[in-house]
Structures are given as C-alpha cells and as structure tokens.
Write a protein that binds this ligand. Structure first.
Ligand SMILES: Nc1ncnc2c1ncn2[C@@H]1O[C@H](COP(=O)(O)OP(=O)(O)OP(=O)(O)O)[C@@H](O)[C@H]1O
Ligand SMILES: [Mg+2]
Length: 259
C-alpha cells in the first residue's frame, strides 16, 4: 500500500461528513469512489490528498504521516484535481498547465526541456494544443475542465486524485479521458483515485470500487462483486438491472426511468 487512510473522520461543525473511513491504495491501481451527492467523496479525496487534516484517524503516504510531508515534495508525489478548481480569470490554458510543473521547477530556476515536454504532452493528451494560448474564461465548460486535467497530468506524479473530472465533458471526451487514465495506470504505473458519478464508467475503468453512503464506506471490491450486492440500487434509490456482457467487460447497470 502506498497510500492508506485509517479510521479517518472529518466533521464540519456537528456534521460528520466522513466517519471511520479506512481504505488503502496500491501502485498502479484505479479505484473509483462513488456515492450520492453529499456522501463524503470530496471530503475523502481532500483527506487523501493531504488538504484536510482529519479530526480522527490518519492518512499515511509512503509510510509517512501526511502531516509530515512538505508541500513541494507532496506535489511531486501526488496531484489532486478538485471538483471546483479556481484559477485567475486572465490565465491562459498553457499558463495553467505550466503551474502543474511547480513542484519540479525550483525557485529562480527556469523551465527545462523536460518541463516543456511534460506541458506539451499534457496539452496533447487532452486535445488542447490549439487552445494553448486561449484565456481560461474564453473556454467552454468542458474545455476548461480538460485544461485542469492537463494541469494535473503535467505534474507527472505517481498518484492522481481526480474529483469528478469528466462531469462537464461530452461522451466522446469522457471516453477519451477514461482511456487516458487507464493507459496511465497500465503503462506508467500511476495510481488513480477518481470520484465519478457515472456508475457504468466507474465500473468500466476501476479495478476496485469504493461506495460511500452518508459518510460511511459501505462497499469496497471489484465491479463484479458490487453488481451482486443490490447496494447500488439501495444507496442511490433506483431500480435497475445489471447486464453482464459475454466479452469480459465490466457489468453494466441499466437504470429504470418511469414515465
Ligand atoms: N465546508 C463545509 N462546511 C459544512 N459542511 C460541508 C462542507 N463541505 C462539505 N460539507 C458537507 O459534508 C457532506 C459531504 O460533502 P462532500 O462534498 O464530501 O460530498 P460529495 O460526496 O463529494 O458530494 P457531491 O457528489 O455533491 O460532490 C455534505 O453533507 C456537505 O453538505
Ligand atoms: Mg464532491
């Protein structure tokens, strides 16, 4: 396990957003964090990324307590894309993506060829080469989301934590990003932790699924194991049917919509 949360509890005032959350992550695996709105996904990701100090429990990265990590070292090891990231309005796509190299470029040091290559690779992987000079505020919602994904990629860290990275993307770009994530994990051994609302995309991409309900982890295991539990239907209060294809793909949940 390279990253491990043990008994993590996070409270906002009297509200327990996350309760006794324990989950470990191995190198190169993709773990999808799913759960209804307000179930604690973003809170869990913030704790795993070292941005929230838990009220209870601990998060350990590479054997060291998260609190002991220096910011720059942490940024080399782990990149985090928040659900609603903020950047100054006048920033261009390329400037944002270059920010991703912050951990690698020392103070008073200039961009080296490897930094430039990482930025180019990130822009290309997200299909943003032609938009590199465009201001962030002059982009569509999906283009802006891809620019943020590019910034996280440019960081070239071993652990990628993404909070609903595909929520604004059209279906083609969603698949492109999911396949990119899959390649990063298989070819570069990147560990990916992704909160995502599309259950079928979660099951298609993830080695393991973690299901949160009202701040508690109620399931952790393979997509196939999850499909037999009835937990998705119960947690999201939907009726549906799992379809198991013969091609060895992950199960698919067909949800019933009454009309
Ligand atoms: N800063 C805050 N102050 C008070 N309550 C908060 C704060 N941030 C989150 N919460 C509450 O904590 C709970 C968990 O929030 P969280 O953002 O982790 O949910 P989520 O699973 O990511 O939801 P979504 O799918 O809508 O993104 C919610 O009930 C939310 O209202
Ligand atoms: Mg969230």
């Amino acid at each position: 396990m390279i990253l491990k949360a043990t008994n993590v509890g996070v409270r906002y005032g009297a509200h327990r957003a996350l309760d006794a959350f324990s989950l470990g992550f191995s190198q190169g695996e993709i773990v999808a964090l799913i759960g209804p709105n307000g179930s604690g996904k973003s809170t869990a990701l913030h704790a795993l990324a070292g941005l929230t100090s838990p009220d209870e429990g601990e998060v350990v990265l590479d054997g060291r307590e998260m609190r002991a990590w220096k910011r720059r070292n942490l940024a080399k090891r782990l990149s985090f894309l928040p659900q609603a990231p903020y950047a100054p309005d006048d920033m261009s796509v390329e400037e944002l993506v270059r920010q991703g190299r912050f951990a690698h470029v020392g103070l008073f040091q200039s961009f080296r060829s490897e930094d430039r290559e990482a930025v180019e690779w990130a822009l290309e992987s997200t299909g943003l080469e032609t938009l590199a000079d465009r201001g962030l505020k002059a982009l569509s919602g999906g283009e802006r989301q891809r620019a943020w994904i590019a910034a996280a990629l440019a960081q070239e860290s071993g652990i990628l934590i993404l909070d609903e990275p595909t929520s604004f993307l059209d279906i083609g770009h969603q698949v492109e990003i999911l396949e990119l994530i899959s390649r990063l994990s298989r070819k570069r051994g990147v560990t990916v932790i992704i909160a995502i609302h599309d259950l079928n995309h979660a099951m298609a991409i993830a080695d393991r699924i973690a299901l949160l309900s009202a701040g508690r982890l109620v399931f952790e295991g393979s997509p196939t194991a999850l499909s037999g539990t009835g937990l998705l239907e119960k947690t999201f209060k939907v009726e549906g049917e799992f379809i198991q294809s013969s091609g060895g793909e992950a199960p698919y949940l067909q949800v019933r919509v009454r009309r």
